[in-house]
Design a protein around this ligand. Structure first.
Ligand code: NDP
Ligand code: PYC
Length: 344
């Protein structure tokens, strides 16, 4: 049952207050609240307010440093690093953005490396933070082993999200953001909570047999999207956002976490920013105008662009509030009242 919609600002204040009351330092609480509320506002339920309890459980279990203050390490080159020091990734990302934007403009491309961060979030808020500056961007990170490689049957990769954005002069950017598993694990947890079977083709059980039972899927393995192609992209993400940046792979993150619980895993993240105008310089063409032609051609076939659903949900939420069920509201109130005592 739906309660009255809550304004985006009111929801953001409530979520931030939950984190602050639970002992998360203000440096981290505000960025986490921004990301979680953006997910709920844009109808991305798997990474919206549903994640608040998991974050608190991660704090309670001592698997994240709630008072960590990230540290920027910028030597003026194309690689900017932020050490999250065991805190959530979100404050570390926000700290790195100004240097990343400045360097991408100066050099044409630049990378932001985040090390030692606890990661639970969707990547598109980060992509949008860069497209807002007229930059194209890629973001990726491992997670913890829950996905079998194509042809295998044991969890190895994380759900390894991969996101891309391209700025558009007169509107919302082109953004895609997806797990490299068929579906994010968060969605499977929502199926489990709602007691619904999942569609076929998402997962295998612990014996390697196809399953539509979310319980069996969560104790078995998810499948990569697109068979061997998704498997290869998941491998690339493990390499680029794991060993290449001196951080953990998904199997290593799982070892550190000690199991596939609702706790968020610790690992690194890689974000790349490109200045399209710099790349196209001297070619006598406008990359942004040409991109518009491509988007129009997609839309001209009545296909939709990724993020269109999300932007529509955002417009609705900004105008009329974020729709929350009575159960969701009660859960937020419980977390506000009882803090860490409210989570296992
Ligand atoms: P979805 O499959 O729901 O969506 C993936 C992307 O495809 C979105 O950009 C979506 O846009 C777009 N899309 C969906 N349907 C269409 C369509 N018919 N035509 C064009 N575009 C379409 O996402 P996932 O379940 O794979 O991932 C959900 C979230 O989980 C992501 O935000 C990801 O970052 C996050 N995640 C985070 C992890 C972490 O470790 N931090 C791990 C795994 C996932 P739209 O939103 O508009 O529908
Ligand atoms: O939904 O797969 C997921 C996920 C893993 C870590 C954060 N989100």
């Amino acid at each position: 049952m739906l309660s009255s919609p809550m304004s985006v600002d009111a929801l953001a204040s409530l979520v931030e207050a939950i984190f602050l009351r639970a002992g998360v330092d203000a440096v981290q609480a505000a960025p986490i609240a921004r990301v979680v509320v953006a997910g709920e506002r844009d109808a991305c339920k798997s990474h919206g307010i549903y994640r608040v309890a998991g974050c608190l459980a991660t704090v309670k279990a001592g698997k994240v440093a709630p008072a960590a203050v990230p540290e920027l390490k910028d030597e003026g080159g194309g690689i900017i690093r932020v050490e999250a020091k065991g805190g959530f990734s979100n404050a570390a990302f926000e700290m790195g953005v100004p240097a990343l934007v400045e360097r991408a403009r100066e050099l044409g491309l630049a990378a932001l490396v985040i090390n030692d961060c606890v990661h639970f979030a969707a990547l598109w808020p980060e992509i949008e933070a860069l497209t807002a500056h007229g930059l194209a961007a890629l973001a990726m990170c491992p997670s913890y082993s829950t996905v079998a490689p194509a042809g295998g049957s044991e969890p190895l990769f994380g759900t390894n999200p991969f996101a891309f954005g391209w700025p558009r002069p007169d509107g919302d950017p082109y953004v895609f953001d997806f797990a490299t598993s068929v579906i994010a694990r968060g969605d499977i947890e929502i199926y489990r909570r709602e007691g619904r079977p999942m569609p076929e083709g998402w997962a295998i059980d612990a014996e390697g047999a196809p399953t539509t039972d979310p319980h069996a899927a969560l104790s078995g393995a998810l499948l990569p999207f697109g068979g061997h192609k998704g498997s290869a992209i998941a491998t690339m993400i493990e390499l680029l956002a794991g060993p290449m940046i001196g951080d953990l792979t998904s199997p290593e993150a799982l070892d550190l976490l000690g199991g596939t619980t609702r706790f968020a895993p610790k690992h690194g993240e890689l974000i790349l920013a490109f200045d399209p105008a710099r790349f196209a310089a001297g070619r006598g063409t406008d990359p942004f105008a040409r991109a518009e032609g491509l988007f129009e051609a997609i839309l001209g076939q009545s296909a939709r662009l990724p993020s269109q659903r999300r932007y529509a949900a955002r417009a609705e939420a900004l105008a009329n509030g974020v729709p929350l069920s009575e159960a969701e509201l009660a859960e937020l109130e419980r977390l506000y009242e009882h803090g860490l005592a409210a989570v296992e």
